[in-house]
Ligand binder design. Structure first.
Ligand SMILES: NC(=O)c1ccc[n+]([C@@H]2O[C@H](COP(=O)([O-])OP(=O)(O)OC[C@H]3O[C@@H](n4cnc5c(N)ncnc54)[C@H](O)[C@@H]3O)[C@@H](O)[C@H]2O)c1
Length: 430
């Protein structure tokens, strides 16, 4: 009988990916394209039925690529965990959101691990990829899996390897983003390393799962802190009449010791607003009260409100009544050239504006409609006439395929992303 390592090396291993979202689906396709048999376990029936029709819901993965993956005849998608039976590797890519209280919500991980446990058998390799707090793999996942006869390192293998994809990034994709791996035993680490070497150019092994879990949180806390610094510098520049974008461009010319981050309307997506909160929560439990990471999170969370305050100030300057004023939001997604609106600052801005009875509309080439507080919004047509009707425009996300030229017809524009590079009159910077 082949060992797990040999099965992987000979592409005979069957890989199950649990959770076919922004992370899981592209990962499943990577393994398929390398010749593996892949099963996708996804609880969302709509997603499963869309996949069976070879329709992708992930912008970075087009229908053609997905169709090709299916045509190889080695891909099966299902809502049933029975697919774990007969799998050699199970990779968990389920969501790790925050509770309303701001604390980690690992219920999706717990649910998937409990279901996997029912089918756990000898020589299986289980890998957690979902971002989570240090200790999850060994303190939460391992106790569930090791209830019973099977022993980790001897009968089954367990590792944590954080996902690092950056949706919309054309330069860095799975193969050229090094993969960090931490595992429970040396054999677990060996198996997980052999597996990932099939799809990435470089693996970086660390001494434990919690080191790998912490590394992921450091990466995203680093981003949060630096974005907060850029936001704070923007506030200071605003008070002093200095163009913060020109300042950043100048600082960027330093070839060492500096890396540009930019101010904006706030942070969004599944990572930057969430991951530092996982770290803060775990740090507190461990007896340390984080200051810098917490302050950064507070500054970034304040930004949508700052945009609204700026808008009100500018409307008043122009003798416009805030109530009933018409405001257009350009760009709903949390970052350029993606269709993901999760935690997008645009949502916070819209909620606050509607609470002030502002008439909000939006334009986004990637997002056709939006439901907020029971109200449905449809993306407007990008026409001069529609812009002229507005009392104000706020650029929240700077998609690269938008013709910003027609905004010269707007009464005024709050450009939170420097999308217009100061080229249009009636421009208000953050
Ligand atoms: N999106 C990113 O850019 C990104 C980058 C790096 C890391 N991550 C992390 O990766 C993880 C997944 O993120 P995502 O963006 O892919 O989320 P997602 O919401 O796009 O996808 C997760 C999928 O898991 C499914 N799911 C939920 N519970 C399940 C269960 N018990 N069994 C099977 N399927 C289940 C959901 O229906 C969903 O389709 C998160 O921890 C996230 O923080 C995301």
């Amino acid at each position: 009988m082949l060992s797990l390592k040999d099965k992987i090396l000979r592409k005979k291993a069957v890989i199950s990916v649990v959770g076919l979202g922004y992370v899981g689906l592209p990962l499943a396709v990577e393994f398929l394209n390398k010749g593996f048999w892949v099963r996708g376990i996804e609880l969302d029936k709509n997603r499963v039925s869309s996949l069976r029709r070879e329709k992708s819901y992930i912008l970075d993965l087009d229908d053609k690529t997905l169709g090709k993956a299916f045509k190889q005849g080695r891909f099966r998608v299902t809502t049933s965990y029975n697919a774990v039976c007969g799998s050699d590797v199970i990779i968990i890519c389920v969501p790790t959101p925050l509770r309303k209280t701001g604390e980690p919500d690992i219920t999706y991980i717990l649910d998937s691990v409990k279901k996997i446990k029912k089918h756990l058998s000898k020589n299986m390799l289980i890998i957690l990829e979902s971002t989570t707090y240090p200790g999850t793999t060994e303190e939460v996942v391992l106790p569930i899996l090791s209830k019973g006869e099977l022993q980790v390192g001897r009968d089954f293998y367990l590792a944590f390897s954080p996902e690092r994809i950056d949706p919309g990034n054309k330069k860095y994709q799975t193969a050229n983003i090094p993969k960090v791996i931490g595992a429970v035993t040396a054999d677990c680490l060996e198996c997980a390393s052999v597996l990932y070497k099939q799809i990435v150019n470089k693996v970086v092994t660390v001494s434990s799962p919690k080191t790998a879990e912490m590394a992921k949180l450091l990466e995203n806390s680093f981003r949060s802190v630096n974005i907060a610094l850029a936001n704070e510098v923007a506030f200071i520049c605003g008070k002093m009449g200095i163009d913060v974008w020109e300042v950043i461009k100048a600082a960027e010319s330093k070839p060492f010791g500096y890396m540009p981050f930019y101010p904006g309307p706030g942070i969004g997506g599944h990572c930057i607003p969430t991951d530092p909160m996982y770290l803060i929560w775990k740090a507190r439990l461990s007896g340390y009260e984080p200051k810098l990471i917490k302050t950064a999170h507070d500054i970034n969370s304040f930004m949508p409100h700052h945009v609204v305050e700026k808008l009100i100030e500018e409307l008043k300057k122009r003798k416009k009544v805030v109530r009933k004023s018409k405001v257009l939001i350009v760009g709903l997604s949390y970052k350029p050239d993606v269709n993901d609106i999760r935690e997008s600052p645009a949502l916070e801005i819209i909620k606050e504006l509607t609470s002030k009875k502002v008439q909000v509309s939006f334009y986004d080439p990637y997002v056709k409609e939006l439901q907020i507080n029971g109200k449905k919004y449809i993306s407007i047509f990008w026409k001069e006439k529609n812009i002229q009707e507005m009392d104000a425009v706020i650029i929240v996300t700077n998609h690269s395929n938008v013709d910003y030229g027609i905004l010269k017809k707007a009464l005024f524009i709050i450009d939170t992303r420097n999308a217009l590079k100061g080229k249009i009159k009636n421009l208000v910077k953050l």
